[in-house]
Design a protein around this ligand. Structure first.
Ligand SMILES: [Zn+2]
Length: 62
């Protein structure tokens, strides 16, 4: 699923790819990438995604 203009860094379109491990979230414009576990997803909303991409210090959960 794609959420338009949701990137916290560049305001670009963000792609959500869910699988059994969680959700891979990345920006189609700037490449900003984050992985969210199912536990994190429970508390996730658009602002959380934007904040995570803006900070980007935690890059990998796998
Ligand atoms: Zn971006």
């Amino acid at each position: 699923m794609i959420k338009f203009k949701a990137c916290g860094r560049c305001g670009g379109d963000v792609y959500f790819n869910a699988d059994r491990r969680g959700v891979d979230v990345y920006c189609l414009q700037c490449g900003s990438r984050r992985f969210f576990s199912p536990e994190e997803m429970r508390a996730l909303n658009a602002q959380t995604v934007a904040d995570a991409q803006a900070n980007e210090e935690v890059q990998k959960a796998a």
